[in-house]
Design a protein around this ligand. Structure first.
Ligand SMILES: NC(=O)c1ccc[n+]([C@@H]2O[C@H](COP(=O)([O-])OP(=O)(O)OC[C@H]3O[C@@H](n4cnc5c(N)ncnc54)[C@H](OP(=O)(O)O)[C@@H]3O)[C@@H](O)[C@H]2O)c1
Length: 283
């Protein structure tokens, strides 16, 4: 039986659709992870044999000031890691490309993290707790996660197109858009491999193949939406990320190399554009 932390997030929703084995999904109402003292007792009651953590404090700008960033992205992870280590059960945890500073062309699992904002730092601290405390863990770093659920880059662009708003896309942010659906499938596969005896624990990168700017991603979304929404007349402005005046700095290029994942699990990772077409087709 697996316990999935994070019931209503976009990744959790995609996972619930495809994972048909017995699982308990906990929302923040079932277990508020900011209440650190409640975490181990709650897990003790459920007695899982795998924990999958899809929760996060994901607001990168508010994370500069809000202590919940540290509570959810690092201190709660320490508690979960302590539980998983004490029961000797695997922990699957999702981390982020934002642990890197973005100064390289691409990043493998061997590259040294150097976060440039508080969200990236807290997520890295969470990773470090897991690595120091647990023996059986999969930390999967991903990037630019989107889906048709909740608030993400894709759903925001869809809403703006429906409202006929003009759009701005940063040409100086480079990375790999990753559909939450493709990541959910990959996580399901990791669970199956683990059950079948694959014991290659560690850190893995998982992003959809290819690397583009946010501006290119935006243009592609709008062009694919064209069939369902009248996007005629919507102007897409090419801007610098600094034009958005955001509170948190963003790393320039966080392209993740996912070769270790595809080789270790013998898994074909989809190309970003194919995934985007698929997800937009489902909207
Ligand atoms: N979004 C991205 O672009 C991106 C990029 C790289 C990596 N990631 C990582 O990918 C993972 C999944 O992200 P996502 O986009 O699916 O996240 P999301 O849609 O923002 O969902 C966040 C989840 O965290 C849960 N949560 C928030 N506060 C909580 C609290 N106090 N106690 C317990 N749970 C709480 C929410 O609970 P409820 O179930 O109650 O709503 C929700 O399920 C995260 O680890 C994130 O850091 C995301």
């Amino acid at each position: 039986m697996i316990v999935v932390l994070g019931k209503n997030g976009q990744l959790a929703k995609e996972f619930q659709k495809i994972y048909k084995e017995k699982a308990i999904y906990l929302s923040s109402l079932d277990l508020d992870l900011t209440r650190l003292d409640k975490i181990i007792p709650a897990l003790n009651k459920l007695c899982p044999n795998i924990i999958v953590n899809f929760t996060a404090y994901n607001n990168v700008d508010l994370a500069e000031e809000n202590f919940n960033n540290i509570l959810l992205n690092s201190l709660a992870i320490k508690e979960i890691a302590n539980y998983s280590s004490s029961k000797d059960i695997p922990l699957i945890h999702i981390s982020t490309d934002y642990v890197f500073d973005g100064s390289k062309e691409s990043y493998t699992e061997d590259d040294t993290p150097n976060p440039i904002n508080k969200y990236g730092q807290a997520k890295l601290d969470g990773e470090n707790y897991i690595q120091n405390i647990c023996k059986k863990y999969f930390i999967i770093r991903t990037s630019w996660l989107y889906s048709r659920f909740g608030e993400n880059f894709l759903t925001k662009v869809v809403a703006m197109c429906e409202n006929k708003s003009n759009l701005m896309g940063a040409y100086d942010l480079i990375g790999s858009p990753t559909s939450a659906k493709s990541l959910a499938h990959a996580i399901k596969y990791v669970i199956e491999c683990n059950k079948a005896g694959n014991r290659d624990f560690g850190i893995f990168h998982f992003s959809n193949e290819g690397s583009i700017s946010k501006y290119t991603f935006l243009r592609k979304i709008v062009s694919l939406l064209h069939e369902d929404i009248n996007t005629e007349g919507i102007y897409i402005k090419k801007v610098k990320n600094s034009d958005f005046n955001l509170a948190a700095q963003r790393p320039y290029n966080t392209t993740l190399v996912s070769k270790k994942f595809s080789e270790n699990f013998n898994y074909r990772i989809p190309f970003w554009e194919d995934e985007l077409k698929l997800i937009i087709g489902e909207i």
